[in-house]
Design a protein around this ligand. Structure first.
Ligand SMILES: [Zn+2]
Length: 210
């Protein structure tokens, strides 16, 4: 069995999304790339998360061709492989339908830099214009808007988060949803939001330097 460890990571990340209700029963998708072989472990299409076994995770190449697996890979595989082809430093990607983050995309408002853990996301969280699910165009547009950051919200759809590992991308996903929720509460309380744009940019730059 190819990429057993990455298959385990895919299952664990999927269950975290499922347990915290950031996806429906089988929505969303996660993947992890092996930088040595450039093979990608990706969620199978249509499986409810608790029913995914190690053997069900699909292995694809960077063009999305199935290398090992008996099921169809996630319908968003073109988006995932587009990420890995474009950004060699990225080895994990998480897409979910987290409701607070998605709400900001429905009104097409980027989430401002307001809390310290946005150092995980790269600061303000942008919205990528709506593209049809399952298309390569969706991935290209998302990457374009994300720039060198780790997070974007697909308009009327949900967050897409990436990182040097799948675990990191999962942390980014939770940071995005926490930020979306906090920003919403702050707006409801009223008053001006204190922005952290510069603080986060400085912390982000310091982390990238190592
Ligand atoms: Zn989706």
């Amino acid at each position: 069995m190819l990429l057993k460890e990455l298959r385990e990571q895919v299952i664990e990340a999927g269950m975290a999304l499922y347990n915290f209700r950031l996806v429906g029963l089988s929505d969303g998708n996660v993947s992890a790339r092996d930088p040595e072989t450039n093979l990608v472990a990706v969620k199978p299409s249509g499986f409810t998360y608790p029913k995914i076994g190690l053997e069900d995770v699909i292995i694809v190449d960077l063009e999305g061709n199935v290398v090992e697996g008996d099921h169809r890979p996630s319908s968003e595989t073109p988006m995932h492989t587009c990420i890995y082809r474009t950004r060699p430093e990225i080895n994990g990607a998480v897409h979910c339908h987290a409701p607070y983050a998605t709400a900001w995309s429905v009104v097409n408002k980027p989430i401002p830099a307001i809390i310290v853990n946005q150092v995980m996301t790269g600061g303000e969280i942008p919205i990528a214009p709506y593209k049809r699910p399952g298309t390569l165009e969706l991935g290209e547009c998302a990457l374009d808007v994300m720039g060198g950051g780790f997070a974007v919200i697909l308009q009327n759809h949900g967050p897409l988060c990436v990182g040097p590992s799948l675990e990191f991308a999962l942390h980014v996903t939770f940071a995005v949803e926490d930020t979306a929720k906090t920003a919403l509460y702050a707006l409801q309380i009223g008053g001006d939001m204190r922005l952290m744009t510069q603080d986060i940019a400085d912390m982000w730059a310091a982390r990238r330097k190592g």
